[in-house]
Design a protein. Structure first.
Length: 313
């Protein structure tokens, strides 16, 4: 947000950019700031900014006056040489998410680099990044680098079969980076990447752990599931008819936010659901929570009582 007319209560934004403001009088119209990850303030106005009441603000960053602010929310992918590109000497780079560098960083020319999340870079970048990163709230990790390797990047969610992870069209030194979720939908007999780096969550078959485990670096949660589940990803509501139509007990793999109707009997759940793997949130009436806790063998997230759930349906 860069509107000079900002006033009143400002809340629920990832990044609040106040650097276009030039006087304390402009800041005086802001009465409160809440639920904001990063607040950028001109260094000369920091005394006025700290007087604004703030709640749940992760970071207030003073930016040198006159510096160009470049912001990015989500996963930012660039070559390492871009951090020393033309025109960045008087700029600040602010990333709310993941900064992924696909080649070694020779030098950092930005005045400031602030990352609210994870930084991933190839080996050989340690010295330059160590000196050039201003603030990082997450981890800074390095992966093996070989000249000519391909760094394949997926942001958001990647559903991949075992055959995809074999990387048949690539080389053995390639790197796969997933900023989000990696859902492996079938057995993995071969990993064709030197490393698979995931900043988020991994859901993979337990039988493939000996093959996949040594190649995966996870900055988040790793869940190994058994059998051949049916995957549901995103948001879904399950009613009685869904379970009644199942021919045989089902293993459910739920990734996201899910609800179960009050009309579903506990006995029907026990009859038609063999096992649940949950990554996310499962909301159900209180009479079903105990059954769901028994059926859920792997859980990263929460099983919540519907009456207590604050989120709208």
């Amino acid at each position: 947000m860069t509107d000079r007319r900002l006033a009143g209560v400002i809340n629920d934004v990832a990044l609040l950019d106040l650097t276009p403001m030039t006087s304390a009088e402009e800041l005086a119209g802001i009465t409160r700031i809440s639920d904001v990850a990063i607040v950028l303030v001109p260094a000369s106005l920091m005394p006025a900014a700290v007087g604004i009441p703030m709640d749940d603000v992760a970071m207030v960053v003073p930016v040198p006056d006159g510096v160009e602010v470049r912001t990015h929310t989500g996963a930012l992918v660039m070559g390492g040489e871009a951090l020393a590109g033309p025109g960045v000497e008087n700029a600040a780079l602010i990333v709310t998410g993941t900064l992924i560098l696909t080649s070694p960083v020779p030098r950092v020319a930005y005045r400031q680099i602030i990352v609210m999340g994870m930084v991933l870079a190839p080996h050989g970048s340690e010295s330059a990044l160590g000196a050039g990163l201003t603030r990082v709230t997450g981890a800074v990790d390095y992966y093996p680098y070989v000249e000519g390797q391909e760094v394949k990047v997926s942001t958001g969610q990647l559903r991949a079969s075992g055959e995809v992870l074999a990387n048949p069209a690539g080389g053995p030194d390639d790197i796969l980076v997933v900023a989000g979720q990696l859902i492996v939908t079938g057995p993995v007999t071969k990993v064709g990447y030197r490393r698979i780096v995931v900043a988020g969550q991994v859901l993979a078959p337990q039988d493939s752990q000996p093959v996949l485990g040594p190649a995966v670096i996870v900055k988040g949660q790793l869940v190994w599931y058994t059998g051949q589940p049916r995957f549901f990803v995103g948001k879904e509501r399950f009613g009685r008819s869904f379970f009644e139509l199942l021919d045989q007990p089902l293993h459910l793999a739920l990734v996201g936010r899910f609800e179960i109707d009050p009309e579903v009997p506990a006995a029907l759940l026990r009859e038609k659901v063999q096992e649940i793997t949950l990554v996310g949130k499962l909301i159900a009436p209180s009479q079903l929570v105990g059954v769901l806790q028994v059926l859920t063998t792997e859980k990263v997230g929460e099983i919540a009582v519907a009456e207590d759930a604050s989120e709208p349906r």
